[in-house]
Design a protein around this ligand. Structure first.
Ligand code: 25A
Ligand code: L14
Length: 341
């Protein structure tokens, strides 16, 4: 169990990955009270140096005994690594904040977005799950609408960047873009088809019901985070040739009478949201503006003309930040704040 301290020993598992690197930089940017830092990854990255707090941290191979003395362990090395090593970390007394999908739907494990359901974090905590990136940015915007109007149904289409699948996918989009412009054949490795100049309605694996696992994460995680099993979510998740930040077209239907001006007002004061909604100035959220920034950007807020009590909006956020590293560090901040209070 986490004990109150001035500063905490923190480990990042998967530190060399696209998310792990941002976990390190986010701890630094937000001046998290770090006593000692450990960067853990697979053997092939051991010895590599990563920048941290003006200095460098040498990557160590992930082994069970690496968690001795660790207070907080942030995991982003895929579900298999989490399933194997999170229990070893908790056995050493560390609290695990896990970015993989391994524990998210476990009923004993809190699934937390600090602006949305901070009270899901109940002591004593051993593992906390960080939700899926597409779900996080959507629920941050849905929360005030659910509280005020009670959401009945959400129809969402995502436009997801390649960085969600890691550095190798970022490299693949770059290489294929160059190949396409040079008139060369495109060779897919990470994805089933070329991603350059294309859209793939396929994220994570297909399930028996015809949906992808990414789509079903949006259905199940949204209900768990908002604490309402009656909310219907109808998703289509699409990979697009964008490097950073996911965009989402979201239609929300509510039980109570919905007022678009009030929706805008509620979103304007929702913590974690930045409204960008001035069509007269061509101002709306864009992936290239959201990349490298913390907020969930919301715009194109307009009534659904085909239905009463329904509204459309466009939600954009950096999937590696609010969608992964930032949310994980915010969970750690919430944990230590609770200890302090
Ligand atoms: O890709 P993996 O296998 O899931 O691994 C991701 C991270 O976990 C570590 C691994 O370290 C990496 O840090 N890891 C994997 N297996 C491990 C094990 N058994 C393990 N750690 C311990 N024990 P690594 O040293 O093995 O891998 C090196 C990493 O280097 C990155 N890389 C590759 N080419 C690069 C590069 N970095 C810079 N420049 C290049 N040209 C690459 O990391 C490689 O894995 P990555 O960016 O591809 O990692 C992305 C993976 O992270 C997870 N992820 C990303 N976004 C999300 C996410 N998970 C949840 N939500 C997200 N939003 C995914 O698992 C993704 O595959
Ligand atoms: O958090 O974009 O479950 O490929 C798994 C796949 C996040 C993103 C998760 C991708 C994800 C992801």
């Amino acid at each position: 169990m986490l004990k109150k301290k001035e500063r905490y020993n923190v480990a990042v598992v998967g530190a060399t990955g696209a998310v792990g690197r941002r976990m390190l930089s986010t701890l630094e940017e937000r001046s998290f009270p770090v006593a000692g830092i450990k960067a853990l990854a697979s053997a092939r990255s051991a010895g590599q140096k990563l920048p941290f707090a003006g200095g460098e941290v040498v990557v160590e191979e992930l082994r069970g005994d690496a968690f001795a003395g660790v207070d907080i362990a942030l995991f982003s090395a895929g579900g298999g690594v989490s399933l194997e090593y999170a229990p070893q970390a908790t056995r050493h007394g560390a609290v695990v904040i896990d970015n993989s999908s391994a524990f998210r739907m476990d009923k004993d494990i809190p699934l937390v977005v600090p602006e949305v359901n901070p009270d899901a974090l109940k002591n004593p905590v051993t593992i906390v799950a960080n939700p899926n990136c597409s779900t996080i940015q959507m629920v941050v915007a849905l929360k005030p609408l659910h509280d005020r109007f009670r959401i009945r149904r959400v129809v969402v289409s995502t436009y997801q960047s390649v960085s969600g699948s890691g550095q190798k996918a970022i490299d693949e989009l770059l290489v294929q873009s160059r190949q396409a412009l040079a008139g060369e054949a495109l060779e897919p490795k990470v994805y089933a088809h070329p991603i350059a100049f294309n859209c793939l309605p396929h994220i994570d694996v297909f399930l028996e019901n015809g949906y992808t696992k990414e789509e079903m994460k949006m259905v199940n995680e949204t209900r768990k985070i908002l604490g309402d099993e009656t909310i219907e979510v109808c998703p289509t998740t699409v990979r697009v040739p964008v490097f950073y930040a996911h965009s989402e077209a979201v239609n929300v239907e509510t039980e109570k009478k919905l007022d678009v001006a009030e929706v805008k007002a509620l979103l304007a004061r929702q913590p974690g949201v930045e409204l960008v909604d001035r069509p007269e100035a061509n101002a709306y959220p864009l992936a290239i503006n959201a990349a490298g920034r913390d907020p969930v950007f919301v715009g194109r807020i307009r009534a659904d003309l085909t239905r009463e009590n329904a509204v459309n909006m466009w939600i954009v956020s950096d999937n590696l930040r609010k969608g992964a590293a930032l949310n994980a560090v915010q969970i750690a901040e919430l944990l230590i704040r609770r200890l302090a209070g």
